[in-house]
Design a protein around this ligand. Structure first.
Ligand code: NOJ
Length: 563
Protein backbone atom coordinates (compact mmCIF):
# COMPACT_ATOMS: atom_id res chain seq x y z
CA UNK A 1 0.00 0.00 0.00
CA UNK A 2 1.43 3.42 -0.89
CA UNK A 3 2.09 5.85 1.92
CA UNK A 4 0.71 9.20 0.80
CA UNK A 5 2.58 12.44 1.24
CA UNK A 6 0.31 15.30 2.09
CA UNK A 7 0.74 18.73 0.49
CA UNK A 8 2.42 20.18 3.58
CA UNK A 9 5.04 17.43 3.48
CA UNK A 10 3.64 15.38 6.38
CA UNK A 11 3.52 11.67 5.77
CA UNK A 12 0.64 9.73 7.14
CA UNK A 13 0.63 6.00 7.78
CA UNK A 14 -2.67 4.57 6.69
CA UNK A 15 -4.61 1.51 7.64
CA UNK A 16 -5.33 -1.27 5.17
CA UNK A 17 -6.86 -0.34 1.80
CA UNK A 18 -10.44 -1.32 0.98
CA UNK A 19 -11.01 -4.76 -0.36
CA UNK A 20 -11.60 -4.92 -4.09
CA UNK A 21 -12.81 -8.52 -4.03
CA UNK A 22 -16.05 -9.24 -5.89
CA UNK A 23 -17.60 -10.16 -2.58
CA UNK A 24 -16.97 -6.68 -1.19
CA UNK A 25 -19.97 -4.35 -0.96
CA UNK A 26 -21.24 -2.80 -4.19
CA UNK A 27 -18.84 -0.27 -5.75
CA UNK A 28 -21.43 2.46 -6.15
CA UNK A 29 -22.30 2.74 -2.47
CA UNK A 30 -19.49 5.16 -1.71
CA UNK A 31 -18.13 5.87 -5.19
CA UNK A 32 -16.91 9.31 -6.19
CA UNK A 33 -18.05 9.99 -9.74
CA UNK A 34 -16.65 12.82 -11.84
CA UNK A 35 -19.27 14.49 -14.04
CA UNK A 36 -18.09 15.26 -17.57
CA UNK A 37 -20.07 17.86 -19.49
CA UNK A 38 -18.70 16.60 -22.81
CA UNK A 39 -19.39 19.82 -24.70
CA UNK A 40 -17.08 21.77 -22.37
CA UNK A 41 -14.47 19.18 -21.37
CA UNK A 42 -11.90 18.98 -24.18
CA UNK A 43 -12.16 19.71 -27.92
CA UNK A 44 -9.76 17.67 -30.06
CA UNK A 45 -10.92 18.66 -33.55
CA UNK A 46 -10.83 22.43 -33.14
CA UNK A 47 -14.53 23.14 -33.70
CA UNK A 48 -14.86 24.85 -30.30
CA UNK A 49 -17.02 22.05 -28.86
CA UNK A 50 -15.77 19.22 -26.63
CA UNK A 51 -15.91 15.66 -27.94
CA UNK A 52 -15.56 12.01 -26.94
CA UNK A 53 -11.96 11.94 -28.17
CA UNK A 54 -11.34 14.79 -25.74
CA UNK A 55 -12.86 12.79 -22.90
CA UNK A 56 -10.47 9.96 -23.75
CA UNK A 57 -7.53 12.32 -23.92
CA UNK A 58 -8.14 13.74 -20.45
CA UNK A 59 -9.35 10.57 -18.71
CA UNK A 60 -5.99 10.41 -16.96
CA UNK A 61 -6.91 13.68 -15.21
CA UNK A 62 -9.92 11.94 -13.66
CA UNK A 63 -7.82 8.90 -12.80
CA UNK A 64 -5.09 10.97 -11.19
CA UNK A 65 -7.65 12.94 -9.25
CA UNK A 66 -8.74 9.63 -7.74
CA UNK A 67 -12.39 9.45 -8.83
CA UNK A 68 -13.96 6.02 -9.27
CA UNK A 69 -15.69 6.79 -12.53
CA UNK A 70 -17.19 9.30 -14.92
CA UNK A 71 -20.74 10.28 -15.76
CA UNK A 72 -21.08 11.73 -19.26
CA UNK A 73 -23.81 14.26 -20.01
CA UNK A 74 -25.77 13.38 -23.21
CA UNK A 75 -23.67 13.04 -26.39
CA UNK A 76 -26.44 11.47 -28.51
CA UNK A 77 -27.80 12.79 -31.81
CA UNK A 78 -29.55 16.04 -30.97
CA UNK A 79 -30.37 19.43 -32.49
CA UNK A 80 -28.89 20.83 -29.23
CA UNK A 81 -31.80 23.05 -28.24
CA UNK A 82 -31.07 22.01 -24.65
CA UNK A 83 -27.48 20.90 -25.31
CA UNK A 84 -28.25 17.23 -25.74
CA UNK A 85 -31.25 16.85 -23.42
CA UNK A 86 -33.34 16.96 -26.61
CA UNK A 87 -32.45 13.61 -28.16
CA UNK A 88 -33.31 12.62 -31.73
CA UNK A 89 -31.61 9.20 -31.60
CA UNK A 90 -30.88 7.56 -28.25
CA UNK A 91 -28.52 4.97 -29.71
CA UNK A 92 -26.19 7.08 -31.83
CA UNK A 93 -23.45 9.61 -31.12
CA UNK A 94 -23.96 13.13 -32.43
CA UNK A 95 -21.29 13.79 -35.09
CA UNK A 96 -20.19 16.91 -33.21
CA UNK A 97 -19.05 14.61 -30.36
CA UNK A 98 -17.72 11.65 -32.38
CA UNK A 99 -19.14 8.28 -33.34
CA UNK A 100 -19.84 4.84 -31.89
CA UNK A 101 -16.34 3.61 -32.68
CA UNK A 102 -14.90 6.45 -30.58
CA UNK A 103 -17.39 5.60 -27.83
CA UNK A 104 -16.22 1.97 -27.88
CA UNK A 105 -12.63 3.13 -27.51
CA UNK A 106 -13.69 5.21 -24.54
CA UNK A 107 -15.25 2.13 -22.92
CA UNK A 108 -11.95 0.30 -23.38
CA UNK A 109 -9.94 3.20 -21.94
CA UNK A 110 -12.21 3.37 -18.90
CA UNK A 111 -11.66 -0.34 -18.31
CA UNK A 112 -7.90 0.02 -18.63
CA UNK A 113 -7.85 2.89 -16.15
CA UNK A 114 -10.24 1.18 -13.74
CA UNK A 115 -12.89 3.88 -14.14
CA UNK A 116 -16.62 3.18 -14.17
CA UNK A 117 -18.59 4.69 -17.04
CA UNK A 118 -22.07 6.08 -16.36
CA UNK A 119 -24.23 7.47 -19.18
CA UNK A 120 -27.12 9.91 -19.09
CA UNK A 121 -30.49 8.52 -20.12
CA UNK A 122 -33.34 10.95 -20.81
CA UNK A 123 -36.68 9.10 -20.72
CA UNK A 124 -39.16 11.90 -19.98
CA UNK A 125 -38.94 13.59 -23.36
CA UNK A 126 -37.14 13.50 -26.68
CA UNK A 127 -36.38 15.98 -29.44
CA UNK A 128 -39.06 17.31 -31.75
CA UNK A 129 -36.70 15.93 -34.43
CA UNK A 130 -37.06 12.37 -33.10
CA UNK A 131 -38.52 10.10 -35.83
CA UNK A 132 -41.41 9.13 -33.56
CA UNK A 133 -42.44 12.75 -33.07
CA UNK A 134 -42.10 13.53 -36.78
CA UNK A 135 -44.37 10.57 -37.54
CA UNK A 136 -46.80 11.72 -34.87
CA UNK A 137 -47.02 15.11 -36.57
CA UNK A 138 -47.41 13.58 -40.00
CA UNK A 139 -49.98 10.93 -39.09
CA UNK A 140 -52.49 13.20 -37.41
CA UNK A 141 -55.00 13.09 -34.55
CA UNK A 142 -56.03 9.65 -33.30
CA UNK A 143 -53.01 7.88 -34.85
CA UNK A 144 -51.03 5.33 -32.83
CA UNK A 145 -47.96 7.56 -33.36
CA UNK A 146 -49.64 10.48 -31.54
CA UNK A 147 -50.50 8.15 -28.65
CA UNK A 148 -46.77 7.90 -27.80
CA UNK A 149 -46.88 11.58 -26.76
CA UNK A 150 -49.45 13.75 -25.02
CA UNK A 151 -51.47 15.20 -27.89
CA UNK A 152 -54.85 16.73 -27.03
CA UNK A 153 -57.43 19.04 -28.54
CA UNK A 154 -57.37 22.59 -27.27
CA UNK A 155 -60.03 24.31 -25.23
CA UNK A 156 -62.06 27.30 -26.41
CA UNK A 157 -64.43 27.47 -29.34
CA UNK A 158 -61.83 26.68 -31.97
CA UNK A 159 -59.41 24.77 -29.76
CA UNK A 160 -57.29 27.90 -29.50
CA UNK A 161 -56.53 27.47 -25.77
CA UNK A 162 -54.11 24.87 -24.35
CA UNK A 163 -55.70 21.68 -22.96
CA UNK A 164 -54.76 22.68 -19.40
CA UNK A 165 -53.04 25.48 -17.52
CA UNK A 166 -49.67 23.81 -16.81
CA UNK A 167 -46.53 25.89 -17.24
CA UNK A 168 -43.18 24.64 -18.56
CA UNK A 169 -40.08 24.44 -16.37
CA UNK A 170 -38.14 26.68 -18.73
CA UNK A 171 -40.89 29.29 -19.08
CA UNK A 172 -44.14 29.72 -21.00
CA UNK A 173 -47.03 27.28 -21.31
CA UNK A 174 -46.31 23.53 -21.18
CA UNK A 175 -48.28 23.07 -24.43
CA UNK A 176 -47.59 24.02 -28.04
CA UNK A 177 -50.04 23.85 -30.89
CA UNK A 178 -49.19 22.06 -34.14
CA UNK A 179 -50.15 22.82 -37.69
CA UNK A 180 -51.89 19.80 -39.18
CA UNK A 181 -51.20 18.35 -42.63
CA UNK A 182 -54.03 20.45 -44.11
CA UNK A 183 -52.28 23.63 -42.98
CA UNK A 184 -54.78 24.44 -40.21
CA UNK A 185 -53.98 24.92 -36.51
CA UNK A 186 -54.56 21.58 -34.87
CA UNK A 187 -53.89 19.67 -31.64
CA UNK A 188 -51.59 20.65 -28.82
CA UNK A 189 -48.70 18.58 -27.36
CA UNK A 190 -47.24 18.62 -23.87
CA UNK A 191 -43.64 19.59 -23.10
CA UNK A 192 -42.56 20.16 -19.51
CA UNK A 193 -39.36 21.84 -20.74
CA UNK A 194 -39.09 23.52 -24.18
CA UNK A 195 -41.36 23.02 -27.21
CA UNK A 196 -38.40 21.22 -28.82
CA UNK A 197 -38.65 18.56 -26.05
CA UNK A 198 -42.04 16.79 -26.37
CA UNK A 199 -42.91 14.62 -23.36
CA UNK A 200 -43.39 10.91 -23.96
CA UNK A 201 -46.65 9.30 -22.86
CA UNK A 202 -45.41 6.58 -20.51
CA UNK A 203 -48.88 5.02 -20.39
CA UNK A 204 -48.19 3.84 -23.94
CA UNK A 205 -46.36 0.47 -23.91
CA UNK A 206 -44.22 1.39 -26.95
CA UNK A 207 -42.37 3.93 -24.81
CA UNK A 208 -41.34 1.51 -22.07
CA UNK A 209 -40.31 -1.07 -24.67
CA UNK A 210 -38.21 1.50 -26.54
CA UNK A 211 -36.29 2.50 -23.42
CA UNK A 212 -35.62 -1.10 -22.47
CA UNK A 213 -33.92 -1.43 -25.85
CA UNK A 214 -31.95 1.76 -25.24
CA UNK A 215 -30.69 0.48 -21.88
CA UNK A 216 -29.67 -2.86 -23.34
CA UNK A 217 -27.94 -1.19 -26.30
CA UNK A 218 -25.57 0.68 -24.00
CA UNK A 219 -25.23 -2.09 -21.40
CA UNK A 220 -24.20 -4.45 -24.19
CA UNK A 221 -21.51 -1.93 -25.17
CA UNK A 222 -20.09 -2.17 -21.65
CA UNK A 223 -21.36 0.79 -19.61
CA UNK A 224 -21.56 0.53 -15.83
CA UNK A 225 -24.77 2.44 -15.27
CA UNK A 226 -27.06 5.33 -15.99
CA UNK A 227 -27.87 8.72 -14.56
CA UNK A 228 -31.60 9.14 -15.17
CA UNK A 229 -32.80 12.58 -16.19
CA UNK A 230 -36.06 13.82 -14.64
CA UNK A 231 -36.54 10.54 -12.79
CA UNK A 232 -39.56 11.85 -10.88
CA UNK A 233 -41.26 12.76 -14.16
CA UNK A 234 -42.40 10.36 -16.92
CA UNK A 235 -46.02 9.77 -15.80
CA UNK A 236 -48.58 12.56 -15.66
CA UNK A 237 -51.99 12.51 -14.04
CA UNK A 238 -54.08 10.41 -16.47
CA UNK A 239 -56.71 13.13 -16.98
CA UNK A 240 -54.22 16.01 -17.30
CA UNK A 241 -56.44 18.28 -15.15
CA UNK A 242 -55.78 21.95 -14.47
CA UNK A 243 -53.29 22.67 -11.70
CA UNK A 244 -54.41 24.66 -8.68
CA UNK A 245 -51.03 26.45 -8.73
CA UNK A 246 -50.00 26.53 -12.40
CA UNK A 247 -46.91 28.70 -11.97
CA UNK A 248 -45.29 26.39 -9.48
CA UNK A 249 -42.93 24.62 -11.87
CA UNK A 250 -41.85 27.70 -13.71
CA UNK A 251 -41.36 29.69 -10.52
CA UNK A 252 -39.16 27.24 -8.67
CA UNK A 253 -37.72 25.13 -11.49
CA UNK A 254 -38.22 22.27 -9.08
CA UNK A 255 -40.45 19.26 -9.47
CA UNK A 256 -43.51 20.25 -7.55
CA UNK A 257 -46.57 20.31 -9.84
CA UNK A 258 -48.11 17.24 -8.22
CA UNK A 259 -50.10 16.45 -11.37
CA UNK A 260 -47.09 16.41 -13.67
CA UNK A 261 -44.48 14.86 -11.39
CA UNK A 262 -43.95 12.13 -8.85
CA UNK A 263 -46.90 9.93 -9.96
CA UNK A 264 -46.94 6.51 -8.25
CA UNK A 265 -46.74 4.63 -11.57
CA UNK A 266 -43.14 5.75 -12.12
CA UNK A 267 -41.93 3.33 -9.45
CA UNK A 268 -42.99 0.39 -11.63
CA UNK A 269 -40.59 1.61 -14.32
CA UNK A 270 -37.69 1.80 -11.89
CA UNK A 271 -38.44 -1.74 -10.69
CA UNK A 272 -38.32 -2.94 -14.28
CA UNK A 273 -35.05 -1.10 -14.99
CA UNK A 274 -33.54 -2.46 -11.80
CA UNK A 275 -34.51 -5.98 -12.92
CA UNK A 276 -32.69 -5.38 -16.22
CA UNK A 277 -29.56 -4.31 -14.34
CA UNK A 278 -29.80 -7.38 -12.10
CA UNK A 279 -30.08 -9.55 -15.20
CA UNK A 280 -26.69 -8.22 -16.37
CA UNK A 281 -25.21 -8.63 -12.89
CA UNK A 282 -26.39 -12.25 -12.80
CA UNK A 283 -24.29 -12.87 -15.93
CA UNK A 284 -20.98 -11.46 -14.73
CA UNK A 285 -21.31 -10.53 -11.05
CA UNK A 286 -20.69 -6.85 -11.78
CA UNK A 287 -23.24 -4.37 -10.42
CA UNK A 288 -24.73 -1.76 -12.74
CA UNK A 289 -25.85 1.56 -11.30
CA UNK A 290 -29.08 3.53 -11.72
CA UNK A 291 -28.79 7.00 -10.19
CA UNK A 292 -31.85 9.18 -10.50
CA UNK A 293 -32.29 12.90 -10.82
CA UNK A 294 -35.39 12.58 -8.67
CA UNK A 295 -36.14 16.11 -7.55
CA UNK A 296 -38.92 15.71 -5.03
CA UNK A 297 -39.63 18.06 -2.16
CA UNK A 298 -38.41 16.01 0.81
CA UNK A 299 -35.77 13.36 1.57
CA UNK A 300 -38.58 11.10 2.79
CA UNK A 301 -40.21 11.21 -0.66
CA UNK A 302 -36.85 10.71 -2.32
CA UNK A 303 -36.32 7.61 -0.21
CA UNK A 304 -39.20 5.95 -2.09
CA UNK A 305 -37.11 6.05 -5.28
CA UNK A 306 -34.23 4.12 -3.72
CA UNK A 307 -36.15 1.24 -2.18
CA UNK A 308 -34.18 -1.99 -2.58
CA UNK A 309 -35.84 -3.00 -5.85
CA UNK A 310 -35.83 0.46 -7.49
CA UNK A 311 -33.00 2.90 -8.25
CA UNK A 312 -29.71 2.24 -6.54
CA UNK A 313 -29.30 5.91 -5.74
CA UNK A 314 -30.85 9.33 -6.25
CA UNK A 315 -28.95 12.60 -6.19
CA UNK A 316 -29.47 14.37 -2.91
CA UNK A 317 -29.89 17.92 -4.17
CA UNK A 318 -30.49 19.63 -0.85
CA UNK A 319 -26.78 20.46 -0.52
CA UNK A 320 -26.75 21.68 -4.11
CA UNK A 321 -29.38 24.22 -3.13
CA UNK A 322 -28.03 24.97 0.35
CA UNK A 323 -26.76 28.46 1.25
CA UNK A 324 -23.52 28.83 3.25
CA UNK A 325 -25.29 28.35 6.54
CA UNK A 326 -24.47 25.97 9.36
CA UNK A 327 -28.05 25.25 10.46
CA UNK A 328 -29.07 24.52 6.88
CA UNK A 329 -26.18 22.11 6.28
CA UNK A 330 -26.80 20.41 9.61
CA UNK A 331 -30.48 19.89 8.91
CA UNK A 332 -30.16 18.54 5.38
CA UNK A 333 -27.34 16.17 6.31
CA UNK A 334 -29.37 14.87 9.24
CA UNK A 335 -32.50 14.36 7.13
CA UNK A 336 -30.62 12.65 4.32
CA UNK A 337 -28.68 10.26 6.50
CA UNK A 338 -31.85 9.30 8.39
CA UNK A 339 -34.27 8.91 5.48
CA UNK A 340 -32.02 7.49 2.79
CA UNK A 341 -30.05 5.15 5.04
CA UNK A 342 -33.33 3.62 6.21
CA UNK A 343 -33.88 2.31 2.66
CA UNK A 344 -30.56 0.44 2.56
CA UNK A 345 -29.23 2.79 -0.13
CA UNK A 346 -26.57 5.42 0.53
CA UNK A 347 -26.83 9.18 0.16
CA UNK A 348 -25.50 10.60 -3.12
CA UNK A 349 -24.02 14.01 -2.27
CA UNK A 350 -23.59 16.75 -4.81
CA UNK A 351 -22.49 20.38 -4.48
CA UNK A 352 -22.17 21.34 -8.15
CA UNK A 353 -23.52 20.27 -11.51
CA UNK A 354 -24.22 21.60 -15.01
CA UNK A 355 -27.49 23.21 -13.91
CA UNK A 356 -26.40 25.23 -10.87
CA UNK A 357 -24.28 28.26 -10.03
CA UNK A 358 -20.83 26.98 -9.03
CA UNK A 359 -20.16 26.89 -5.28
CA UNK A 360 -17.29 29.40 -5.49
CA UNK A 361 -19.84 32.03 -6.53
CA UNK A 362 -22.94 30.58 -4.85
CA UNK A 363 -21.42 30.58 -1.36
CA UNK A 364 -19.79 34.00 -1.74
CA UNK A 365 -22.86 35.98 -0.69
CA UNK A 366 -22.07 39.69 -0.25
CA UNK A 367 -18.31 39.17 -0.39
CA UNK A 368 -16.99 37.51 -3.57
CA UNK A 369 -13.57 37.03 -1.93
CA UNK A 370 -15.09 34.58 0.57
CA UNK A 371 -16.30 32.17 -2.16
CA UNK A 372 -13.18 30.11 -2.88
CA UNK A 373 -12.47 29.30 0.79
CA UNK A 374 -16.10 28.43 1.49
CA UNK A 375 -16.36 26.25 -1.61
CA UNK A 376 -13.19 24.36 -0.65
CA UNK A 377 -14.46 23.88 2.91
CA UNK A 378 -17.82 22.60 1.64
CA UNK A 379 -16.01 20.12 -0.62
CA UNK A 380 -14.01 18.69 2.27
CA UNK A 381 -17.23 18.44 4.27
CA UNK A 382 -19.04 16.65 1.44
CA UNK A 383 -16.21 14.18 0.90
CA UNK A 384 -16.32 13.28 4.60
CA UNK A 385 -20.03 12.45 4.58
CA UNK A 386 -21.25 8.85 4.47
CA UNK A 387 -22.23 7.68 0.99
CA UNK A 388 -21.35 8.50 -2.61
CA UNK A 389 -20.36 11.88 -4.08
CA UNK A 390 -20.40 13.53 -7.48
CA UNK A 391 -17.84 16.14 -8.53
CA UNK A 392 -18.68 18.39 -11.46
CA UNK A 393 -15.83 19.10 -13.89
CA UNK A 394 -13.96 22.25 -12.95
CA UNK A 395 -15.02 22.03 -9.30
CA UNK A 396 -11.62 20.48 -8.61
CA UNK A 397 -10.01 23.53 -10.27
CA UNK A 398 -11.96 25.96 -8.07
CA UNK A 399 -13.69 27.50 -11.09
CA UNK A 400 -16.06 30.37 -10.36
CA UNK A 401 -19.38 30.88 -12.15
CA UNK A 402 -18.99 33.20 -15.14
CA UNK A 403 -21.67 35.78 -14.46
CA UNK A 404 -20.97 38.47 -17.05
CA UNK A 405 -21.62 36.71 -20.37
CA UNK A 406 -23.18 39.20 -22.79
CA UNK A 407 -26.85 38.47 -23.53
CA UNK A 408 -26.02 37.71 -27.16
CA UNK A 409 -23.79 34.78 -26.18
CA UNK A 410 -26.23 33.08 -23.81
CA UNK A 411 -27.39 29.74 -25.21
CA UNK A 412 -29.56 28.44 -22.37
CA UNK A 413 -33.17 28.00 -23.55
CA UNK A 414 -34.30 29.37 -20.19
CA UNK A 415 -33.07 32.79 -21.28
CA UNK A 416 -34.89 32.54 -24.61
CA UNK A 417 -38.11 31.34 -22.97
CA UNK A 418 -38.20 33.69 -19.98
CA UNK A 419 -36.19 36.71 -21.14
CA UNK A 420 -34.55 36.67 -17.72
CA UNK A 421 -31.01 35.74 -16.65
CA UNK A 422 -32.34 34.10 -13.47
CA UNK A 423 -31.43 30.44 -13.42
CA UNK A 424 -29.46 30.43 -16.68
CA UNK A 425 -26.79 27.77 -16.83
CA UNK A 426 -24.14 28.88 -19.34
CA UNK A 427 -21.98 30.33 -16.55
CA UNK A 428 -21.20 26.90 -15.07
CA UNK A 429 -20.66 25.32 -18.51
CA UNK A 430 -17.71 27.41 -19.71
CA UNK A 431 -15.09 25.19 -21.43
CA UNK A 432 -12.42 23.93 -19.03
CA UNK A 433 -9.00 25.58 -18.78
CA UNK A 434 -6.35 22.88 -19.10
CA UNK A 435 -3.12 24.76 -19.76
CA UNK A 436 -1.43 27.94 -20.92
CA UNK A 437 -2.03 31.57 -20.10
CA UNK A 438 -4.63 32.59 -22.65
CA UNK A 439 -7.84 31.26 -24.19
CA UNK A 440 -8.57 28.56 -25.22
CA UNK A 441 -6.31 27.36 -22.35
CA UNK A 442 -5.76 23.99 -23.99
CA UNK A 443 -9.49 23.33 -24.34
CA UNK A 444 -9.14 23.39 -28.15
CA UNK A 445 -5.90 22.62 -30.01
CA UNK A 446 -3.49 25.53 -30.38
CA UNK A 447 -4.37 27.69 -33.40
CA UNK A 448 -7.91 26.25 -33.80
CA UNK A 449 -9.98 28.19 -36.32
CA UNK A 450 -13.06 28.26 -34.09
CA UNK A 451 -13.25 29.81 -30.62
CA UNK A 452 -14.74 27.77 -27.74
CA UNK A 453 -18.54 27.71 -27.88
CA UNK A 454 -18.65 29.92 -24.77
CA UNK A 455 -15.85 32.43 -24.10
CA UNK A 456 -13.43 31.72 -21.26
CA UNK A 457 -12.60 34.70 -19.02
CA UNK A 458 -9.04 35.90 -18.43
CA UNK A 459 -9.37 34.80 -14.79
CA UNK A 460 -9.28 31.14 -15.95
CA UNK A 461 -5.50 31.53 -16.44
CA UNK A 462 -5.08 31.13 -12.67
CA UNK A 463 -7.19 27.95 -12.66
CA UNK A 464 -5.63 25.74 -15.34
CA UNK A 465 -5.10 22.09 -14.48
CA UNK A 466 -1.46 22.45 -15.54
CA UNK A 467 -0.83 25.28 -13.10
CA UNK A 468 -2.63 23.60 -10.23
CA UNK A 469 -0.81 20.31 -10.65
CA UNK A 470 2.45 22.06 -9.85
CA UNK A 471 1.03 23.94 -6.86
CA UNK A 472 0.78 21.74 -3.76
CA UNK A 473 -1.60 24.24 -2.13
CA UNK A 474 -4.10 24.26 -5.03
CA UNK A 475 -7.75 23.24 -4.96
CA UNK A 476 -6.81 20.39 -7.30
CA UNK A 477 -4.41 18.95 -4.72
CA UNK A 478 -6.99 19.37 -1.97
CA UNK A 479 -9.49 17.24 -3.92
CA UNK A 480 -6.81 14.77 -4.91
CA UNK A 481 -5.58 14.25 -1.35
CA UNK A 482 -9.13 14.02 -0.02
CA UNK A 483 -10.00 11.34 -2.58
CA UNK A 484 -6.81 9.45 -1.82
CA UNK A 485 -7.64 9.44 1.89
CA UNK A 486 -11.22 8.37 1.08
CA UNK A 487 -9.85 5.34 -0.71
CA UNK A 488 -7.48 4.42 2.07
CA UNK A 489 -9.22 5.27 5.33
CA UNK A 490 -11.91 2.84 6.41
CA UNK A 491 -13.73 5.59 8.35
CA UNK A 492 -14.62 7.44 5.14
CA UNK A 493 -17.13 6.42 2.48
CA UNK A 494 -19.98 4.35 3.83
CA UNK A 495 -20.50 4.13 7.59
CA UNK A 496 -21.70 5.98 10.65
CA UNK A 497 -21.82 9.70 11.42
CA UNK A 498 -21.97 11.08 14.96
CA UNK A 499 -22.38 14.80 15.57
CA UNK A 500 -20.06 16.53 18.06
CA UNK A 501 -20.87 19.33 20.48
CA UNK A 502 -19.16 22.40 19.05
CA UNK A 503 -18.65 26.10 19.71
CA UNK A 504 -21.03 28.46 17.84
CA UNK A 505 -20.41 28.59 14.10
CA UNK A 506 -18.72 25.18 13.91
CA UNK A 507 -20.21 21.99 12.50
CA UNK A 508 -18.33 18.82 13.43
CA UNK A 509 -18.89 15.08 13.28
CA UNK A 510 -17.02 11.84 13.80
CA UNK A 511 -16.91 9.15 11.12
CA UNK A 512 -16.46 5.56 12.24
CA UNK A 513 -13.63 5.09 14.68
CA UNK A 514 -12.12 8.50 15.17
CA UNK A 515 -12.05 10.49 11.95
CA UNK A 516 -13.25 13.97 12.86
CA UNK A 517 -14.41 16.53 10.27
CA UNK A 518 -15.11 20.10 11.39
CA UNK A 519 -16.14 23.18 9.40
CA UNK A 520 -16.04 26.74 10.68
CA UNK A 521 -19.01 28.53 9.06
CA UNK A 522 -18.36 31.64 11.18
CA UNK A 523 -16.28 34.75 10.61
CA UNK A 524 -13.86 34.30 13.53
CA UNK A 525 -11.38 31.55 14.45
CA UNK A 526 -12.81 28.76 16.63
CA UNK A 527 -11.14 26.14 18.85
CA UNK A 528 -10.40 22.94 16.90
CA UNK A 529 -12.20 19.85 18.21
CA UNK A 530 -9.01 17.75 18.10
CA UNK A 531 -5.51 18.61 19.40
CA UNK A 532 -2.60 18.43 17.00
CA UNK A 533 -2.30 19.23 13.32
CA UNK A 534 -5.10 18.16 10.98
CA UNK A 535 -4.63 15.34 8.52
CA UNK A 536 -5.97 17.62 5.79
CA UNK A 537 -7.50 21.09 5.76
CA UNK A 538 -9.18 23.19 3.10
CA UNK A 539 -6.97 26.21 3.91
CA UNK A 540 -4.11 27.14 6.24
CA UNK A 541 -4.83 25.58 9.62
CA UNK A 542 -2.42 25.29 12.55
CA UNK A 543 -2.86 23.30 15.75
CA UNK A 544 -5.79 23.89 18.05
CA UNK A 545 -7.54 26.53 15.95
CA UNK A 546 -9.99 26.27 13.06
CA UNK A 547 -9.89 29.48 10.98
CA UNK A 548 -13.11 30.92 9.47
CA UNK A 549 -14.44 29.33 6.24
CA UNK A 550 -12.17 26.34 6.77
CA UNK A 551 -12.82 22.61 7.04
CA UNK A 552 -10.37 20.07 8.40
CA UNK A 553 -10.05 16.34 9.02
CA UNK A 554 -8.24 14.84 12.00
CA UNK A 555 -7.72 11.36 13.32
CA UNK A 556 -7.71 11.22 17.08
CA UNK A 557 -9.79 11.74 20.18
CA UNK A 558 -11.90 14.88 20.33
CA UNK A 559 -11.33 17.46 23.06
CA UNK A 560 -14.43 16.16 24.88
CA UNK A 561 -13.17 12.56 24.79
CA UNK A 562 -9.76 13.53 26.18
CA UNK A 563 -11.27 14.99 29.33
C1 NOJ B 1 -32.23 18.03 -16.09
C2 NOJ B 1 -30.91 18.26 -16.75
O1 NOJ B 1 -29.89 18.22 -15.77
C3 NOJ B 1 -30.99 19.59 -17.44
O2 NOJ B 1 -29.75 20.03 -17.92
C4 NOJ B 1 -32.01 19.49 -18.55
O3 NOJ B 1 -32.16 20.76 -19.16
C5 NOJ B 1 -33.36 19.03 -18.00
N1 NOJ B 1 -33.25 17.92 -17.11
C6 NOJ B 1 -34.28 18.62 -19.14
O4 NOJ B 1 -33.83 17.43 -19.70
Amino acid sequence: MPTPTLPDGDVVTLPRARSHSPLARAWWRDAVIYQVYVRSFRDTDGDGVGDLAGVREQLHHVRQLGADGVWLNPFYVSPQHDHGYDIADHCAVDPVYGDLAEFDRLVTDCRLLGLKLVLDVVPNHCSSEHPWFRKALANGPGSPERARFHFADGRGEAGELPPNNWRAMFGGPAWSRVTEADGRPGQWYLHLFTPEQPDFNWRNPDVAAHFEEVLRFWLDRGVDGFRIDVAAGLFKHPELPDSADPDVDERTRDSVNPLAWNQPEVHGIWRRWRAICEEYTARDGHQRLLVGEASVPTPAEQALYVRPDELHQAFFFHLLHAPWDLAHFHRVIDDAVRDIAATGSTVTWVLNNHDQVRTVSRFAGEDPASGPARAAAAALLMLALPGAAYIYQGEELGLPEVLDLPDGLITDPIFRRTGSRTGIRDGCRIPLPWSGTEAPYGFSPHGSPTAPWLPQPASFAAHTAERQRSDAGSVYHLYRTALQLRRELPQLGEGTLRWLETPPGVLAFVRGEGLVCAVNFGDTPAPAPVAGPPLLSSGPCGEGVLPPATAAWWIGPTAAERI
